[in-house]
Write a protein that binds this ligand. Structure first.
Ligand SMILES: C[S@@+](CC[C@H](N)C(=O)[O-])C[C@H]1O[C@@H](n2cnc3c(N)ncnc32)[C@H](O)[C@@H]1O
Length: 306
């Protein structure tokens, strides 16, 4: 486990105070895929997230870490980006992000930090063992070259039947993610299992058992619409999660009044949990927003990413 950096910043009182882009339908699916791995004895391996921001999805994933496993997150945080387009993306979307902010949020929910790789995701293939990860969340740069590189690394790092989740695989503001994900389906034998409005879930293993069990799980649910469509020669489960009821959120380790008084963090829109112009693209950071808020309200509450 890596060490936290020096001065603390304010702790969140609850999961809804952690800003990020991790919506109820995807929380449900992360929960389903990760719990399913507990039921499949041969599904061993570590957890990996590329792109953590302030820890919303990392805090959630960290709750599924089993004894003896390692959780790694890779993010630039406040380090320079490796190229100009990535630098522009960082300036546009994550200008107030700090590693300390991530660490303070994570430690409000977990006793130990994950292994933090503060670097471009292009290093990740050389930091972890091939075939070591059972669950990988790809949510770092949304530019084609970077996402393609992340997918190449994920294929190398994926344990047999590992699940890989791809963020923003179809959004108008990041066509490069769509190109990289569908390109991997076409040329790298990636098999997609299901999609939500915001993420695609796939594997380089056998998709059939998970697909069949997922359909069984979806069948009685009234908060998740689903349908199946043949895409590129394989059935793809489409999930509409607009009415999704989020699973029980990760709980803070201690009430916020008991946490040591912390240094004031700057009251930027991000730190204050208010809509701002620096958050990533639509639909905007998920903080203090009712799970089932109508789209119009959500857009107004959160602001646009560009
Ligand atoms: C969309 S945010 C991640 C959101 C987070 N997973 C959540 O659900 O709240 C993308 C993150 O990727 C990081 N990032 C962007 N380009 C990167 C790169 N080339 N290497 C590593 N991290 C990068 C940014 O610093 C940012 O924290």
């Amino acid at each position: 486990m890596s060490q936290t950096t020096s001065a603390p910043v304010a702790s969140p009182a609850g999961f809804s105070d952690v800003k990020g882009w991790f919506w109820p339908a995807d929380q449900l699916l992360f929960d389903w895929f990760l719990k399913r791995q507990d039921r499949v004895p041969e599904q061993n391996g570590d957890l990996l997230e590329l792109g953590a921001y302030l820890g919303k999805s990392a805090i959630f994933i960290g709750g599924y870490l089993r004894p003896g496993e390692k959780f790694t997150v890779c993010d630039l945080f406040d380090s320079p980006a490796p190229d100009d387009p990535n630098s522009a993306e960082m300036g546009r979307s994550y200008s107030t992000l700090t590693r300390r902010g991530f660490e303070a949020n994570y430690l409000a929910f977990h006793e130990q930090l994950p292994t933090v790789v503060q670097a471009p995701t292009s290093v990740i293939g050389s930091r972890l063992d091939a075939g070591s990860c059972r669950f990988i969340h790809i949510d770092a740069s949304h530019l084609y070259e970077h996402v393609h590189g992340d997918i190449v690394a994920a294929r190398e790092l994926a344990a047999p039947d590992a699940i890989v989740a791809f963020d923003d695989f179809r959004a108008e503001h990041c066509p490069g993610v769509a190109a990289a994900v569908w390109g991997a389906v076409a040329t790298m034998e990636l098999k997609l299992i299901c999609i939500t409005g915001t993420k695609a879930y796939g594997t380089w293993g056998d998709p059939e058992p998970a697909r069949a069990e997922l359909l069984d799980w979806l069948a009685p649910r009234t908060d998740l619409w689903h349908g199946v469509e043949e895409v590129a020669g394989a059935p793809l489960i489409r999930i509409d999660g607009k009415k999704a009821k989020a699973p029980t959120p990760p709980q803070p380790l201690r009430p916020v009044s008991e946490t040591p008084k912390t240094a004031e963090s700057p009251r930027t829109p991000e730190a204050a949990g208010e809509p701002g112009t620096s958050g990533p693209a639509a639909p905007g950071p998920a903080a203090s927003v009712p799970a089932a808020a109508p789209r119009g309200l959500l857009a107004r509450a959160l602001g646009r990413r560009r």
